[in-house]
Design a protein around this ligand. Structure first.
Ligand code: ATP
Length: 236
């Protein structure tokens, strides 16, 4: 076992009822200190891959290991994972602050005031933090969801299209937050359909298209190895 390998998905496969291969044999890994971008156009299979990786849905084949342990629904290793995958489940009539408190208590992760304040900075909601979540815009909910996933500083942070609904300044603000997070020996996996976003934020990239991995590696190597593949996916 490699102690620096935070997550490895190996041969994941998911086929839906109509015979459509949403994810068709996907393998990648992410190590401590890395911000890994799962990059691909809509329908590439990013969300389905991430849902399988955290045990939200069962793969038809393949497995995920987190910190060397095979992921099963309810496995304690999942307490090391903070994830925002599809709409976060907030209690609409509770305030943003109350939602964060309730979520944190439910994770069982150790709580500290510093950790909570850090999440509040990420949410950047100001006075709106004390208003009911049902009054929030999509972007505000998205920021609260990212903050929620980071509560307790989990070793592995998985965010599915976190910049959805954010405006350009908010997207720019998220970038160093994720980079600093990984720089403390943690791991961030983030999906996106925007090449530029991944280039600016991530240290590594896994390019997906039609349920398969086309190319994976360090972002700094992409220009050499990935050009042709990236053109295929993004200029089609
Ligand atoms: P997006 O950014 O649009 O979410 P994605 O890369 O995350 O794209 P997925 O959401 O994983 O892609 O979807 C991959 C494929 O699987 C798509 O063709 C989608 O229509 C299909 N799919 C996803 N979920 C289901 C489902 N529950 N039933 C049937 N087909 C599904």
């Amino acid at each position: 076992n490699d102690p620096d390998e935070m997550i490895r998905v190996d041969g994941l496969r998911k086929t839906y009822g109509d015979g459509h291969h949403a994810v068709d044999g996907v393998t990648w890994s992410a190590r401590r200190g890395q911000v890994v971008g799962l990059l691909g156009p809509n329908g590439a299979g990013k969300t389905t891959t991430l849902r399988m990786a955290v045990g939200l849905i069962h793969p038809d084949a393949g497995e995920t290991r987190i910190l060397g342990r095979r992921v099963q629904p309810g496995d304690p290793v999942l307490s090391h994972v903070g994830a925002l995958i599809e709409g976060p489940g907030f209690v609409p009539h509770l305030t943003g602050r109350a939602n964060l408190h309730a979520y944190w208590a439910a994770t069982g992760r150790p709580s500290s005031e510093a950790g909570f304040d850090e999440a509040l900075d990420v949410a950047a909601l100001g006075g709106a933090l004390d208003r009911p979540v049902k009054s929030y815009s999509h972007g505000m909910k998205q920021r609260l969801g990212i903050a929620q996933a980071m509560l307790g500083r989990p070793e592995l942070l998985i965010l599915d299209e976190p910049t959805n609904g954010l405006d350009p300044p908010q997207i720019a603000a998220l970038r160093p937050i994720l980079q600093r997070y990984a720089a403390t020996g943690r791991t961030v996996v983030v999906s996106s359909h925007l090449l530029a976003e991944v280039e600016q934020t991530c240290s590594h990239v896994v390019v997906m298209h039609a349920g398969k991995v086309l190319v994976a590696g360090a972002v700094s190597d992409l220009g050499v190895a990935g050009d042709r593949h990236l053109e295929e996916v993004f200029l089609e």
